[in-house]
Design a protein around this ligand. Structure first.
Ligand SMILES: Nc1ncnc2c1ncn2[C@@H]1O[C@H](COP(=O)(O)OP(=O)(O)OP(=O)(O)O)[C@@H](O)[C@H]1O
Length: 567
């Protein structure tokens, strides 16, 4: 079964190539030419799907990357460089990839409309420059030579289909790997990505690089199709229309990128046949794009959601009912995480004032306190999300500093109060992404079963919010950090499941070798799990020590719960 699953993409690829061959033989010459245009657009859309759909960034200069590829192929053709067309095509793609990284640099700081303005500005500038400079070989009328075996349109179409299929396979496997998971994660939450020890910067740049490389290959292929490249094929307005099409169709899904390419070529062709100027095609794409943006969805995901709902109605939930084999807890050891004098201010608000805490090795430290006491700020500061925090943090006796992703890689993991689990991944892919190491199917299955989470194959978009947060916990545990900071992990669970969750949590240090800092409002859960407790109040430590002592402390009774209420 697993072998069949692994082989499926290759089977589909072979079927697609066979279909391409069939079309190249069966279609009229004019439609073969249109087919070539669709294949070229498909590769470009595939790239756009990576940067926009997967990584969630706006890129309005995809055809500029195409122009780079076309430029390189034209220049190498003019110079009669060794290697021939296919080598030039690859070099054109790589050159565009490098340009993509340069364009991606502003994306590290810019988002949304600002990134749109920068990329569209670049496309417009490239547009003007191309008109002035002209592509190599154009003035001398030196057409790009197709490879000998693919010199006529039918065989060149076949070659283009093979290139498209190879690009689809590359995107498919990249999306299933670390890069793909990082793109999905960064699109949903940059903080969540950094907390997994993954660089947000690298994730964004790889998305731009892959997208631009595909754009460059598409441009090079187009040059082989038309012989001489012209600026009119790479205008800013066409880049804009292609982006809209990518958004509308959902080009991060491979089949939808191909479908979008068919629309890209088919809509203007239909308009031409109906006697309507082809530029109206852009208006059609614009209207469809506005509709997609307004509804917040796209064709591909809508179709998939409808299909999923038909086949399976209920979102996947936790199943904590089945008990687990208890495991003997280890006695808490010396502190593995030590925080001294931690202070954080937001303007005039002192969120934390000289806070000291210590998480014991093999132990669970509970951090409690009323709303606004500074608990989440504490987690943010320890995990590096508040670089201006004062004080020191030591993990395993070594100072812990630097960015959140560095701290995560050093062995400190955290979860969030808000949902930061990327819905575009499956449970299993997300666990692998968080763990940052090879996981066996058994290891994944056991950890998921232990916390009653849905199976690894389940898409996270179909998992209810409480279960998603526990999947996040499982993923961080599988990373085998020294310490895991949990910010209200049971918040999304029905109250009756807190006890069962508490039983699991108690076993975490012994079972996973991970010490835990638990922030929690549910005192029953804290009581059942934590060996030691630190109480925060107005950003200060009110009491700290063994559970029984702290919960009996009159200052805690008075400040935390009110004198009349028993802890
Ligand atoms: N980004 C911010 N800007 C300004 N003030 C902030 C910011 N984040 C937190 N605060 C303030 O810092 C204080 C501590 O907030 P924090 O969220 O850490 O409390 P908490 O104990 O986690 O509360 P809760 O239990 O409600 O999650 C509060 O007064 C809060 O208003």
């Amino acid at each position: 079964m697993r072998l069949a699953e692994r082989g499926m993409p290759f089977v589909i690829a072979l079927v697609a190539i066979a279909a391409g061959f069939g079309l190249s033989v069966g279609l009229d010459g004019y439609f073969v030419y249109l087919g070539m245009s669709a294949v070229v657009a498909g590769i470009s859309l595939l790239g756009l799907g990576v940067v926009t759909g997967s990584a969630g960034m706006i890129s309005l200069c995809q055809l500029t990357f195409g122009a780079v590829g076309a430029w390189v192929v034209s220049a190498l053709n003019e110079a009669q460089a060794p290697g021939g067309f296919l080598t030039w095509l690859v070099l054109g793609g790589l050159a565009a990839g490098v340009v993509g990284v340069l364009v991606g640099l502003p994306a590290l700081r810019l988002r949304g409309i600002n990134l749109a303005v920068v990329t569209l500005g670049l496309a417009a500038a490239a547009d003007l420059a191309l008109v002035q400079l002209q592509f190599p070989g154009v003035s001398g009328g030196i057409s790009v030579e197709r490879p000998d075996a693919f010199s006529d349109d039918r065989s060149y179409f076949q070659l283009a289909v093979v290139v498209l299929v190879l690009c689809c396979l590359a995107v498919y496997f990249l999306r299933r790997g670390r890069w793909g998971s990082a793109w999905q994660a960064v699109a949903f939450s940059e903080r969540g990505t950094a907390a997994a020890g993954t660089s947000v910067r690298t994730s964004k740049l790889t998305a731009f690089a892959v997208s631009a490389t595909l754009g460059g290959i598409s441009g090079g292929l187009l040059t082989g199709q038309v012989g001489l490249a012209f600026p009119a094929s790479f205008t800013a307005i066409q880049s804009l229309a292609l982006y809209v099409l990518a958004i509308m169709s959902g080009a991060h899904l491979i089949d939808m990128a191909v479908f979008g390419a068919v629309l890209w070529v088919g809509v203007p062709e239909l308009l031409k046949r109906w006697g309507i100027p082809q530029d109206w095609g852009f208006v059609v794409f614009g209207v469809l794009g506005v509709q997609a943006l307004a509804s917040g969805g796209n064709l591909g995901t809508t179709v998939r959601q409808v299909w999923y709902r038909r086949s399976k109605k209920e979102p996947a939930k936790l199943d904590l009912a089945a008990g687990t084999a208890a495991i003997e807890p280890k006695a808490p050891g010396p502190p593995v995480l030590t925080v001294r004098g931690l202070s954080v201010s937001f303007g005039h608000v002192a969120a934390l004032s000289s806070v000291d805490i210590a998480v014991p090795e093999h132990g669970v430290l509970g951090v409690i306190g009323p709303n606004g006491a500074g608990k989440s700020t504490l987690v943010d500061a320890i995990s590096g999300f508040l670089p201006n925090a004062e004080g020191s943090v030591e993990l395993g006796g070594k100072p812990l500093a630097g960015s959140p992703s560095n701290r995560a890689r050093a062995g400190l993991r955290r979860t969030f109060q808000q949902d930061r689990v990327p819905p575009g991944l499956t449970v299993g892919a997300y666990l692998k992404f968080l763990a940052r190491r090879r996981l066996t199917a058994d290891e994944i299955g056991e950890a998921l079963d232990f916390f009653g989470c849905p199976a690894a194959r389940t898409p996270l978009s179909q998992v209810d919010v409480g279960a998603r947060r526990l999947v996040e916990v499982v993923g961080h545990l599988l990373a085998k950090p020294r310490v895991l900071l949990l910010d209200e992990p049971a918040a999304g669970l029905p109250h009756e499941e807190h006890v069962a969750f508490g039983e699991r949590l108690r076993q975490v240090p012994a079972r996973f070798g991970v010490s835990v800092l638990l922030i929690e409002h549910d005192l029953d859960l804290v009581r059942s799990v934590c060996d030691t407790i630190t109480v925060l109040d107005f950003g200060r430590v009110l009491a700290s020590g063994p559970q029984a002592e702290v919960l009996a402390d009159p200052a805690v009774l008075k400040a935390y719960m009110g004198e009349t209420e028993m802890l």
